[in-house]
Design a protein around this ligand. Structure first.
Ligand code: NAG
Ligand code: NAG
Ligand code: NAG
Ligand code: NAG
Length: 188
């Protein structure tokens, strides 16, 4: 009897050992190299791209803001984000928006997302703060760029993440310059 059993036991043991090794190796790889990680926003900025004002009528002021968000993808796989929109708010109300086209950030790469948003002064005039802000020479805006996406590593491991970049922008009308203060967070 034992003559038949012995090879079977050896075979079983070897198979079990191999399975354990494969399991341990893949688990280790998963938790070290291939585990999908969330992307990071490395830099974000707002620049004043153009500023035109009518000296006879200050309410006829147009402002183009350039919004740039740089995202780092630490994964061994691309981070694919969906079509999105950048919004500019003035005292809480959306006054301008610009599309952000879907794209993929390459594996272990950095990618910058830029968009230009045009704010038309005439659209702000209904806001009760506008004339007051004009008089104080400062218009404050908040820009928000949200990117919803998914990191896919080796077609198997997936992680959803949403990056949210927010900037508080202070526009000095007479100086035709602006300052901004940005913050970001990543949700999933
Ligand atoms: C602002 O933009 C509007 C609409 O595009 C245009 O009619 C107006 O002339 C512009 N004003 C200035 C000062 O550039
Ligand atoms: C994203 O927007 C572009 C241009 O508007 C469009 O061609 C494309 O189909 C959109 N993609 C998705 C996934 O909606
Ligand atoms: C605009 O923002 C700056 C900096 O956050 C602040 O000091 C200033 O009081 C704000 N001005 C208005 C008109 O809200
Ligand atoms: C922007 O313009 C204002 C008013 O002219 C000036 O006081 C301020 O120093 C300027 N800021 C920057 C960052 O250039």
């Amino acid at each position: 009897m034992s003559c038949f059993r012995r090879p079977w036991v050896i075979c079983c043991t070897v198979t079990a050992l191999l399975l354990i090794i494969i399991l341990v190796t893949s688990t280790t790889l998963y938790f070290t190299v291939f585990k999908p990680k969330q992307p990071k926003i490395t830099t974000q900025s707002v620049t004043l791209e153009s500023f035109s004002t009518n000296i006879f009528d200050m309410t006829d002021t147009n402002v183009t803001l350039g919004i740039t968000v740089e995202i780092n993808n630490p994964n061994y796989g691309g981070f694919k984000y969906e079509n999105s929109t950048s919004y500019v708010r003035y005292h809480g109300e959306v006054v301008a928006m610009a599309p952000v086209l879907a794209d993929t950030i390459p594996a272990r790469g950095e990618h910058s997302v830029s968009t230009s948003v045009l704010v038309i002064g005439r659209d702000l005039i209904t806001n009760p703060s506008f004339l007051f802000d004009l008089a104080s020479n400062t218009l404050n805006f908040t820009s928000t760029t949200t990117l919803k996406g998914k990191a896919v590593v080796m077609k198997v491991f997936k992680k959803k993440a949403t990056t949210i970049s927010t900037c508080d922008i202070s526009l000095h009308i007479l100086g035709k310059n602006s300052t901004s203060d940005c913050s970001s967070k990543v949700e999933f």
